[in-house]
Ligand binder design. Structure first.
Ligand SMILES: C[S@@+](CC[C@H](N)C(=O)[O-])C[C@H]1O[C@@H](n2cnc3c(N)ncnc32)[C@H](O)[C@@H]1O
Length: 263
């Protein structure tokens, strides 16, 4: 019987220790690993030394490999009886096109499993000290893409907290859409850049002055935006910034890679 199978694994948001135990065990066993640009690269140190490791490098708006080629490669490697780990940032089914990849497997008759990951939409607020729901502030939360095809409006759902992913280049459009949807100029907003990583940055403000603030701070992708009253809690709950951090750089015997952080 063929052992060829694809495991679509969420790597978690950035701090490599936030991967699931299941995901970690699969990385250790994999014959082939196909990974995206946003995964914590430290995870690759756990791969077998003879594993085939392929970067399919999805950057915002730029792919080193087309989605069709990635799908075809998954099917080809599983067809060669390989145990394939497809490692994607955060959770593979949250704005990650993971659904399309396992659809392609299903259509080709390739066996697959999905291992969820902690999405940046929830982990970055946690590390910034912003609980996206809170009984005193809002009973609901929406996660929205800040990146739409040319000519399409950013949709603002009716929710007390909104988290935007993929919005760095579009922050003026996001704020414009929020104001048009009736949000006040005084609404609190936070950006979390490199959430959960040692170099995480949090920028807070109100809708009125936020475009200037993120320009002054030279905000870069990957970042999420959190909008709503819960952002008020950041000053009180911001635990990660206060933690002393020591970055340890080292080399793995077979691969040059960061070994992680000691805190
Ligand atoms: C294509 S989406 C993939 C989301 C991913 N599947 C997840 O669940 O986190 C990429 C976007 O995720 C967000 N993102 C991913 N990692 C992040 C991080 N460490 N800090 C802040 N935002 C992050 C950014 O908004 C980025 O533009």
């Amino acid at each position: 019987m063929s052992k060829g199978k694809v495991y679509l694994v969420g790597s978690g948001p950035g701090d490599f220790e936030l991967i699931t135990l299941k995901g970690y065990k699969l990385i250790r066993r994999a014959d082939v690993i196909l990974y995206d640009h946003l995964i914590p690269l430290e995870l690759l140190q756990f791969a077998r030394t003879d594993a085939e490791i392929i970067s399919v490098g999805k950057f915002a708006g730029r792919h080193t490999m087309s989605q069709e080629k990635i799908n075809a490669l998954l099917i080809e490697k599983a067809g060669d009886n390989k145990m394939v780990v497809r490692l994607k940032g955060g959770d593979p089914f949250v704005f990650g096109r993971g659904g399309e990849e396992v659809e392609a497997c299903a259509e080709a008759g390739v066996d697959f499993e999905v291992v969820p990951g902690i999405t940046s939409a929830l982990a970055a607020p946690s590390y910034a000290g912003i609980p996206p729901t809170h009984r005193d502030f809002t009973p609901n939360l929406a996660i929205v893409t800040g990146h739409r095809k040319e000519g399409k409006e950013i949709e603002i759902p009716n929710a007390g907290t909104i988290v935007f992913l993929m919005g760095v280049a579009n922050i003026p459009k996001i704020i414009d859409a929020l104001l048009k949807a009736g949000w006040s100029e005084q609404t609190r907003i936070a950006a979390v850049e490199n959430g959960t990583r040692y170099n995480q940055r949090v920028i807070t403000g109100i809708l009125k002055d936020f475009i200037q603030k993120v320009q002054d701070a030279n905000l870069r992708t990957p970042a999420i935006f959190i909008v709503g009253r819960v952002v008020e809690l950041q000053e009180k709950l911001n635990w990660f910034d206060k933690k002393p951090k020591v970055l340890v750089l080292g080399t793995h015997p077979e691969k040059n890679t960061h070994l992680g952080t000691i805190e």
